[in-house]
Ligand binder design. Structure first.
Ligand code: FAQ
Length: 311
C-alpha cells in the first residue's frame, strides 16, 4: 500500500505536472534522477575526448572551427546537467569525485577509439543521432530542470548530427579510398551506437520504475528500434552497407529486424574493460589535476573579495 504523500506525488506525475527541486519527492525518485542526470553529464564531459582527438588534424580550417564548436557544446551540456543534478542536493565536487574515482558510469560509446577522420563523421551521424532519439522524449520528463535542459541540448545535438552526416556525404562522394574510410567507420560505430540505448528491456533493471515516474518516457528497445528505422535509409542514401547480415525490413511490424547485439561486449565496456576506458579516465584525472592551481586561484580570489566586503 502506497503512503498518501507518495500517492499524491504519483498523481501529479500522471497528470503531467512537473516536479520542481523544492517539491516533496520520494527518495528513490531523487536518487534515480541524480544517477541518470549525473551519468548523462559525465557522458558529455568524457564524450569530448574521442572527437577532441581530431581537432588538431581536421582536414580544413572550416571543419576545424565546426568541430571545435561542437566539442565546446558538449562541455556546455555537461555543465548544464551538473547544475540540474545540483538542484537535487548533490554537489558538483561530489559528482566529479565519483567520476574520477571510477565509481560513476558514463556512456559506453565513449570508450571506443577514433582512428580516422571518418570516425568524426560517424560519431556526429550515429552517436549524436542516437543521443537525439533518446533525449527528445526527455524534454517531456517529469523533473522540471532536467526537462528544460534537454530543450537546448536537443537543438544543439541536431546541429551536431547534421555536421556528422555532412562529413559522411563528402567522404561518400569522394575518392574510393574516402568512401572505404566512411564504410570502415560505419562498420566500427554501428553496433556500439545501438548499445547506447542500454540493455534490452528484459535486462533493464531501472526501466519500469523510471517510466512510472516519467524519468524515462520510452523503453530502451523502443528507442533502439526507432533509431534503426531512421538510420538505415540514411546509410542507403550514402551508398553504405550497415554491417548486419540479419538486417531486414519487416512489413508486418513496419520496421527493421536486426541482428543480436553482442551483450557480452556491452557489459565488459560498462565494467571498465572497453578499448579506451583506462585512457579516458586517465585523461580526465590529468585534466583535473592540471586544473588544481586554477581552482585554488579562483577560491583565493573569492575569499579576498568576501573579506573586502566584510571590511
Ligand atoms: N553506457 O536499467 P538500465 C551524449 C547502465 S549521449 C553505460 O536500462 P537506465 C551526447 C545504467 O546506467 C550519452 N552504462 O538503466 C554526446 C545502469 O547502471 P547503474 C548519454 C549504461 O538508466 C554525443 C545499468 O546499465 N546519454 O553524451 C548504458 O534506466 C557525442 C542498467 O541499465 C544519456 O545518459 C550505456 N550505454 O537506462 C556527447 C541519456 N546503458 O546506474 C559527446 C540519459 C545502460 O544501475 C559526443 N540516460 N547503462 O549502475 C538514459 O536515458 C538512461 O540512463 C539509459 C539507461 C537509457 C542510458
Amino acid at each position: 500500500e502506497m503512503d498518501p504523500q507518495e500517492r499524491a506525488f504519483q498523481e501529479r506525475i500522471d497528470a503531467g505536472i512537473k516536479i520542481e527541486p523544492k517539491d516533496w519527492m520520494p527518495e528513490g525518485y531523487r536518487k534515480t534522477l541524480i544517477r541518470q542526470i549525473s551519468q548523462h553529464a559525465h557522458s558529455e564531459i568524457v564524450g569530448q575526448l574521442p572527437e577532441g582527438n581530431w581537432i588538431t588534424r581536421a582536414p580544413t580550417l572550416e571543419r576545424k572551427a565546426i568541430l571545435l564548436a561542437k566539442v565546446q557544446d558538449e562541455a556546455g551540456h555537461g555543465l548544464y546537467l551538473y547544475c540540474a543534478a545540483e538542484t537535487l542536493g548533490v554537489s558538483r565536487d561530489q559528482l566529479t569525485e565519483q567520476l574520477l574515482s571510477g565509481k560513476a558510469k558514463y556512456s559506453s560509446i565513449f570508450n571506443y577509439p577514433t582512428l580516422t577522420w571518418a570516425d568524426i563523421g560517424a560519431i556526429g551521424w550515429l552517436v549524436d543521432g542516437a543521443a537525439i532519439m533518446n533525449q527528445v522524449p526527455l524534454q517531456r520528463c517529469s523533473f522540471g530542470p532536467y526537462s528544460r535542459a534537454m530543450i537546448r541540448v536537443c537543438k544543439e545535438e541536431s546541429f551536431h548530427q547534421r555536421q556528422g552526416y555532412d562529413i559522411m556525404m563528402k567522404l561518400c562522394q569522394g575518392t574510393p579510398e574516402q568512401k572505404a574510410m566512411a564504410q570502415d567507420a560505419l562498420n566500427r560505430w554501428w553496433w556500439p551506437s545501438l548499445m547506447m540505448f542500454g540493455p534490452s528491456d528484459a535486462e533493464s533493471v531501472h526501466s519500469a520504475q523510471s517510466m512510472a515516474w516519467k524519468i524515462k518516457l520510452n523503453s530502451n528497445d523502443e528507442l533502439r528500434q526507432k533509431f534503426v528505422d531512421q538510420t538505415v535509409p540514411q546509410a542507403e542514401y550514402l551508398g553504405l552497407t550497415v554491417p548486419d547480415p540479419d538486417l531486414k525490413w519487416n512489413e508486418d511490424k513496419g520496421g527493421y529486424d536486426y541482428g543480436e547485439i553482442d551483450w557480452a561486449e556491452f557489459f565488459e565496456v560498462i565494467k571498465g574493460n572497453g578499448p579506451c576506458n583506462r585512457e579516458r579516465m586517465a585523461a580526465r584525472v590529468k585534466a583535473h589535476e592540471d586544473g588544481a592551481w586554477f581552482r585554488e586561484g579562483l577560491m583565493a580570489h573569492a575569499e579576498k573579495q568576501a573579506e573586502r566586503r566584510r571590511n
